[in-house]
Design a protein around this ligand. Structure first.
Ligand SMILES: NC(=O)c1ccc[n+]([C@@H]2O[C@H](COP(=O)([O-])OP(=O)(O)OC[C@H]3O[C@@H](n4cnc5c(N)ncnc54)[C@H](OP(=O)(O)O)[C@@H]3O)[C@@H](O)[C@H]2O)c1
Length: 302
């Protein structure tokens, strides 16, 4: 096999000629040899947004336990703080024997998307999995009759517009990787919410952003099948994190009264485990699939 690679991003290669002399090597052996030559990690690399805490942290730790190296994106970035935030997560990942590259970036900002891609490729040379997890709730819950344009634009910008354009950028990178044989069947996962199809008129902009993100997942799934890139949606229910800490007492009571059939809060680990199942390829004939992780809130009963 002969392969010429021109200026492959992140590998700092102007031109590499790979000559595999042994035609008896299997395709995967050839890929392995090729990756070694171009210094691309053989370990799968996952880019997780909102990796500093909550659900994103849970996803990162489950992926690391399952052999992934991680690029973790967050807004706050303090290398001196190893108690909390991206650098705490870095320590935990390294304890698990895997690598973690912290990247500062705001998903709202398209300029930051370029930085995220560049720093990811500088660190690992490829991205095998993108998990679009970062997201925000409205700063203040307001009735739909009073929703402000500022809050609408902020929530839509971070929860829908940002992940759309970040995914577009990373998807193009993944397509290039597939074409060049650098990675096999990359994947993209969107963390939406049961709010994608559950009405909460006191945070309309959040529900709208998650419904939009759900369609974004479907659209990329549709477009990327031709490249063997599977795209999935995970729809968490009520998960105990900073985001829900402000309504903890309210939900404790509702859960005790039977709101969630499985009668408990969801945890970041619940979501992380589902990400691992998708990332490891156990659902490889199911692109475009949406999985709800809500302790049975999806059950309609009389
Ligand atoms: N908790 C739930 O019950 C629940 C339910 C359904 C869906 N979800 C969804 O799950 C995702 C994670 O939620 P969570 O509960 O883990 O929230 P969280 O505890 O508030 O954590 C949010 C994470 O997103 C990051 N983030 C926020 N805005 C960002 C931006 N503009 N750019 C980059 N990173 C940003 C934060 O980074 P910094 O630390 O740097 O701020 C943090 O890592 C969200 O998309 C949320 O909508 C949550």
């Amino acid at each position: 096999m002969n392969a010429d690679l021109m200026d492959f991003r992140g590998l700092n290669l102007l031109k590499i000629r790979v000559n595999l002399l042994n035609p008896r090597l299997s395709v995967s052996q050839q890929l392995k040899y090729f990756r070694r030559r171009v210094k691309v990690s053989e370990t799968k690399v996952a880019l997780v947004t909102g990796a500093s805490r909550g659900i994103g942290r849970g996803i990162v730790l489950e992926l690391a336990q399952n052999g992934f190296d991680i690029i973790g994106v967050g807004r706050s970035f303090d290398p001196n703080n190893t108690e909390k935030g991206l650098f705490e997560v870095k320590l935990r990942v390294e304890e698990l024997g895997r690598k973690f590259q912290p990247v500062q970036g705001d998903i709202f900002s398209l300029d930051d998307h370029e930085k995220i891609l560049r720093e990811s490729l500088d660190a690992f040379g490829k991205i095998d999995l993108l998990v679009n997890n970062a997201g925000v709730a409205p700063e203040k819950r307001l009735d739909i009759l009073e929703t402000t344009a500022e809050s609408y634009d902020r929530v839509m910008g971070i929860n829908a517009r940002g992940p759309f354009f970040l995914t577009q950028k990373i998807a193009n990178q993944m397509v290039a990787q597939v074409k060049k044989g650098v990675s096999e069947s990359p994947k993209i996962i969107f963390i939406t919410s049961i709010s994608a199809n559950t009405s909460s008129p006191n945070r309309a902009e959040y529900c709208i952003s998650k419904a939009a993100l759900s369609m974004i997942a479907t659209l990329f799934a549709d477009r990327l099948t031709e490249f063997g890139i599977n795209v999935f949606e995970l729809r968490p229910g009520i998960i105990l994190t900073d985001m829900t800490s402000v309504v903890k007492e309210k939900y404790d009571k509702l859960i005790a009264e039977g709101l969630i059939p499985q009668k408990r809060w969801g945890t970041p680990e619940d979501i992380g485990k589902a990400v691992v199942a998708l990332a490891k390829g156990y659902f490889d004939f199911s692109t475009g699939m949406c999985v709800e992780i809500s302790g049975g809130m999806n059950i309609r009963h009389l």
